[in-house]
Design a protein around this ligand. Structure first.
Ligand code: 2U9
Length: 344
């Protein structure tokens, strides 16, 4: 029995020494595990002794080792508390200079494209247009057919498209016009909507990206004229870029409008006086517009004898480049916070 308690005492001593040497919680927990834990030296010793001891001594051995183990547990708790108190005291020593400014929490902010889209939506909302949105994965009918671009129509090449594998009639939309089609199929005139959204074209250079943001607009009612179109476009450009801004409409062609026009705005860099950016013309092209082709009304069941309409479209990224003087479209998408941070 004597040697037994010696052995246990030795183990307790070793435990105490190592515990005193432990300087952090993790070390303390390790020492405890090595001695008092389920597979700790003292428990293992206890099992060993109990197995080899005669029955008469089992009880006293059990008591002796449990006393040791209780001491171990108490010492363990004590060590943890000691460490905790030390950390709290150290904390209290730490003097906080309350006059120091707080850590600035860097607030995020809206992306310039979002800022531009919201401004465009607000300007049109003030003149009675509502915002319509729709799916980015579209059917061939909504993206092409209904817009007077049947299967073999050459205009399809102008809108080089991403087709969806094994579904020839499913495409990534090349413009937001399919939303106007869906809207006209869903409601009778009058219609006054603008349709912002992401569109996809197989196009990739400094000023074109395969994914870009576009906004289109549609106004259908009785007696809608080209003059209304010009008035709305001029109002929009002046609200977004300044009252000194002007527009120019140059004859053009789009399958879904007739007559059609390229839409130019006064150069934002020289305000129309002529500079290197606008090649001395004083104008910068931003998009297109026109009167809705009756062929389109036929596809959506509108009576083109009774209703006329105008439509327009431009790239929001391009508009944001002009509004914020950005020279490379990829800045909008390459996620460089130094660039994005400028637009608070
Ligand atoms: C319907 C009828 C007509 C929308 C229009 C344009 C002209 C146009 C381009 C500008 C730059 C696309 O973002 S861009 O690459 N768009 O020039 N879009 S008229 O005409 C429509 C739309 C829907 C039902």
């Amino acid at each position: 029995m004597a040697s037994l308690t010696d052995e246990l005492q030795q183990l307790l001593q070793q435990f105490t020494q190592q515990l005193d040497a432990a300087t952090n919680e993790q070390a303390v927990r390790k020492v405890y595990a090595d001695f008092g834990g389920a597979n700790g030296a003292i428990r293992l010793k206890q099992k060993e002794l109990l197995k080899s001891a005669p029955n008469a001594e089992k009880r006293s051995i059990g008591q002796a080792t449990n006393e040791i183990l209780q001491k171990v547990d108490a010492a363990f708790e004590g060590a943890l508390k000691r460490l905790g108190d030390a950390a709290a005291a150290k904390d209290l020593e730490r003097s906080v200079d309350v006059t120091l400014p707080g850590r600035a929490h860097r607030l995020g902010h809206l992306h310039p494209i979002t800022l531009a889209r919201r401004e465009i939506e607000a300007i049109f909302a003030q003149i009675g247009f509502t915002v319509a949105v729709g799916p980015q994965v579209e059917t061939d009918f909504h993206n092409f057919e209904a817009l007077a671009m049947p299967k073999d129509h050459p205009a399809r090449d102008m809108q080089d498209t991403f087709y969806v594998e094994n579904s020839p009639d499913v495409v990534l939309r090349t413009h937001t016009s399919p939303v106007q089609i869906r809207t006209m199929l869903a409601q009778k005139p009058p219609v006054r909507i603008i349709v912002p959204g992401t569109v996809y074209r197989r196009d990739d250079d400094a000023t074109h990206s395969p994914m870009f943001n576009q906004v289109e607009g549609l106004c259908v009612d009785e007696g809608i004229s080209f003059g209304d179109l010009k008035g709305v476009l001029l109002h929009f450009v002046r609200r977004l870029l300044g009252d000194d801004m002007g527009i120019r409409l140059r004859p053009s062609f789009f399958p879904f409008t007739e007559p059609s026009a390229e839409l130019d705005i006064s150069c934002v860099f020289c305000r129309g006086k002529g500079c290197r950016t606008c090649k001395g013309t004083g104008f910068i092209e931003i998009g297109g517009a026109g009167m809705v082709d009756p062929e389109v009304f036929r596809h959506v069941g509108y009576d083109s004898e009774k209703y006329t309409g105008f439509a327009f479209g431009w790239g929001i990224d391009r508009m944001a480049m002009l509004k914020y003087g950005v020279d490379n479209i990829t800045h909008f998408f390459d996620g460089d916070v130094r660039f994005a941070r400028q637009f608070r």
